[in-house]
Design a protein. Structure first.
Length: 425
């Protein structure tokens, strides 16, 4: 019988003392600061703007001396300097892949993926050597699915690179290949379960799941309880971004998300950028140690808090609490970030549009998005315009949205461009 509740991917690191962890991270930080300063134009420029050199950052607290990098900074830098904005540190052999995330943001993928943070997360959720894992994250352009694919290789688990969509196919793959692990969004897992029940399958007998790992969207406790009751197993989540990688993962205790050792996570005041005290809610800012695409003090835009109390699982890292929301109007729909400026650029392609508003709702644990449109003047063929708009949204934003025409003045003055009406627990 496989023990899926205990153990560690790297016991030495995951159970080290606070003093050892700080020393370990301090050494890794010094190394990446010097490496980035020498080889990355953007990082060197960041130091020069504040009049510092890497040796001025002597400990983790000194990180506050460095500027915070926000997503728009990355997008603008890449517009000026393609493809990576000067943040990259390219090895002699170049890069294996170039990922494209919404923005667009181009990201280099190293030849040999050695970042084991997601492997830690997958192990903590119960995935073990010999498992057959159905990976339903999108393999198209964005890096998360491939990061998890490589991490499953580290665990010696077999991957079914299913990607999203086609629920009937997913169910058939799970049954015929006797998949023991699911990786994907919680809402998609719920959709699979509901479809399987509609086929009159016995979830516990006809599906062979032993471990599940979910992420990329909000995960309310009511959905977790519903999934666990139907599958009779723990459903655990991880948290991270494509820019900085894994930032937290749940263990079987599910009392916050353990922060991996190979990343520095700060909770900062959104206005000052200064680190907040333990337990206070602020923006998650992360520094990774990537030798290819180092990110120093990258602002995720997500709000959370730190938990310092010991965890019964034996891991000694601090933990992130639940994700409390966003710092701006950026909204995640079906695991994809939607930025107001992205929608602005899309709508600018249609001169007949006077105003718009994106409205995001949630029904039966599934996201729904609609774009309300005000026209400058009435046109004859609204059906064709609706079809073209929905096609542009699908191709540009990578999400499906209904386009709804509203009367002139139907969108209030100063209304939010993206109105997220979902209610989270």
């Amino acid at each position: 019988m496989i023990d899926r509740r205990h153990g560690y991917y790297n016991e030495g690191q995951e159970t080290m003392s606070k003093e050892k962890r700080e020393a370990y991270q301090g050494e890794k930080l010094s190394e990446i600061l010097m490496h980035g300063y020498r080889h990355s134009k953007a990082i060197r420029s960041g130091f020069e703007r504040v009049g510092l050199k890497p040796d001025a950052i002597r400990d983790l607290k000194d990180l506050e001396k460095l500027p915070i990098t926000k997503k728009p900074d990355l997008v603008n830098a890449q517009k000026d300097t393609l493809p990576f904005g000067g943040f990259e540190v390219l090895p002699e052999e170049g890069v294996r892949r170039i990922y494209v995330s919404p923005g667009p943001v181009y990201e280099p993928g190293e030849w040999d993926y050695e970042d084991f943070r997601w492997a830690q997360a997958l192990f903590a959720c119960g995935i073990r050597r010999g498992d057959i894992a159905l990976n339903t994250f999108n393999y198209h352009l964005t890096p998360l699915a491939l990061m998890l694919d490589e991490s499953l290789r580290m665990l010696k688990a077999t991957v079914v690179p299913a990607g999203p969509g086609n629920i009937s196919m997913q169910i058939n793959l799970m049954r015929q290949l006797r998949a023991t692990a699911y990786i994907g969004t919680p809402s998609f897992l719920m959709a699979i379960i509901e479809a399987a029940e509609g086929m009159h399958l016995d979830l516990k007998k006809d599906l062979h799941l032993q471990a599940t790992f979910v992420g990329a969207e909000m995960f309310p406790e009511s959905l977790r309880q519903k999934l666990e009751s139907k599958l009779a197993l723990l459903v655990r989540q991880g948290y991270g971004t494509v820019d900085v990688g894994c930032l937290g993962f749940e263990c079987p205790e599910m009392k916050g998300m353990h922060i991996p050792e190979d990343v520095i996570v700060e909770i900062v005041d959104t206005e000052t950028g200064k680190e907040l005290e333990i337990g206070a809610t602020g923006e998650i800012v992360a520094t990774n140690f990537s030798k290819v695409f180092p990110m120093l003090r990258f602002a995720t835009g997500d709000l959370s808090y730190l938990i310092e109390e010991p965890c019964a699982c034996g891991r000694t890292s601090m933990r992130l609490g639940k994700i409390m929301g966003r710092t701006d109007q950026v909204t995640k729909v079906w695991g994809i970030f939607i930025h107001p400026w992205q929608v602005d650029e899309l709508m600018a392609r249609f001169p007949v549009i006077a105003n718009y508003q994106v409205v995001v709702t949630r029904k039966d644990y599934k996201d729904e998005m609609a774009i309300y449109i005000e026209l400058k003047e009435e046109i004859g063929d609204k059906i064709d315009l609706k079809r073209r708009l929905e096609k542009e949204v699908r191709e540009t934003l990578k999400v499906i949205s209904d386009v709804i025409f509203t009367a002139k003045g139907g969108i209030p003055d100063r209304a939010k461009k993206i109105d997220d009406r979902r209610i989270w627990e």
